[in-house]
Design a protein around this ligand. Structure first.
Ligand code: SAH
Length: 371
């Protein structure tokens, strides 16, 4: 990345937001997050190379090729259980540098019919990352198509994967005050020179499903992710109409509850989320319980969430690692084993990351979710 981590600087996006707030008043946390990440010129994903050792954060597929390979084999099995349709959408939401899709397609070569049948769709808003995805997938059989939005994909039987995508969808936050809830907003400090959290003066409309007063305490924060809910609904509609599965992998909580999970990371370290918007990655934990209940309401079957460590183990991670290491020189074998430990060990990414599967009801229980 730019190598300019260190101190907070006033970014062009911050100046625009300050002007906007001066004119129109405070904005929601969701509007802030949406601009900080996705503003067409100044958004974080539009400007930087966020992922990998030289970026701000790293992800499971970037750490270990085994992650994508096991998911690739999972997808092949799921496709066969769907009756091996001759054409289907293989969708990835938020594909980053394209590493996961590349590993998926390599592992899936095991069944040549899979790649032939798959129309690869990449849902990506960043032009810069689209270019990287295009370069990386050039050597594969896939002729990917890109969409800005899941809703733009032509409908059909679908296998959908999202790794660390839902955590970047904007959230709204509500704070418990003495007599109810107030939406947390982003406003200006006393000198109108910087961004600070403030509270809406009026209560939110009752349509927001906020926890009862008796079950919360003053100062509690409750989060709602409207965009995550919307895309979950759209996915479940596809699954109901055309069949398939969606695998959602992310960090988050199994049970709905209060907690402030709005956070930023820059150069592999935590960063104040209102500082230097556009220069740090901003995320929030995924509320798996709410997504699961939306999916059930939309008629999908829901499996999990299970922890990432357990899921990968059930898919045969240890065996796969040993097969890969066989005959390799020691240094390379150690690198593969270390990567596999990082993505699956409870104290690393194995516990905090969860895997949720949404499925059309007619299909058998997918691998990794057996009880
Ligand atoms: N799945 C990848 C990258 C995760 S980073 C990996 O595991 O390495 C998040 C990805 O989602 C990036 O590609 C980012 O550009 C994309 N993204 C973020 N918000 C998005 C949105 N609203 N619509 C589409 N893509 C988005």
């Amino acid at each position: 990345m730019s190598g300019e981590s260190g101190a907070a600087e006033t970014t062009p996006l911050e100046e625009r937001l300050i002007d906007l707030i001066k004119l129109k008043g405070p904005i929601t946390v969701a509007d802030y997050m949406s601009d900080a990440l996705g503003h067409p010129h100044e958004g974080y994903y539009m400007r930087q190379s966020p992922i990998g050792a030289e970026g701000d954060f790293t992800t499971a597929p970037e750490i270990s090729q085994v992650f994508g390979e096991l998911i690739g084999l999972w997808l092949v099995e799921a496709w066969q259980a769907m009756g091996a349709p001759e054409s289907f959408n293989l969708v990835e939401l938020g594909p980053g540098r394209g590493v996961l899709m590349e590993d998926i397609l390599r592992a899936a070569r095991l069944r040549p019919g899979f790649a032939k049948a798959a129309q690869v769709w990449l849902v990506e808003t960043s032009g810069r990352l689209r270019l990287q995805q295009q370069k990386r997938l050039r050597s594969t059989e896939a002729k990917p198509l890109w969409a800005d939005d899941y809703a733009d994909i032509s409908p059909g039987p679908s296998l959908i994967v999202a790794n660390e995508f839902f955590d970047c969808l904007p959230i709204r936050q509500f704070e418990r005050v003495s007599n109810g809830w107030r939406e947390r907003l982003v406003g200006l400090d006393e000198r109108s020179a910087g961004l600070v959290f403030t509270l809406d003066e009026t209560p939110p409309p009752p349509a927001f499903d906020l926890p009862p007063i008796a079950e919360s305490e003053i100062g509690d924060i409750f989060e709602i992710a409207p965009a995550a809910q919307e895309v979950t609904q759209e996915i479940c509609q596809t699954l109901a109409d055309h069949g398939g599965h969606a695998l959602v992998i992310d960090y988050g909580h199994m049970e709905r509850g209060c907690g402030d999970t709005f956070q930023a990371v820059r150069d592999h370290k935590y960063w104040p989320p209102l500082s230097s918007p556009g220069r740090a990655d901003i995320t929030a934990h995924v509320d798996f319980e709410t997504l699961a209940s939306i999916a059930i309401e939309a008629g999908a079957n829901v499996y999990g969430p299970v922890t990432q460590g357990r899921f990968l183990e059930r898919l045969g991670l240890p065996l796969r690692v040993e097969a890969l290491c066989r005959g390799l020189e020691e240094a390379k074998a150690t690198e593969i084993r270390t990567g596999a430990t990082r993505i699956a060990a409870p104290q690393a990414m194995g516990e905090i990351f969860k895997v949720l599967c949404l499925s059309s009801p007619a299909l058998p229980t997918p691998a990794g979710f057996e009880t």
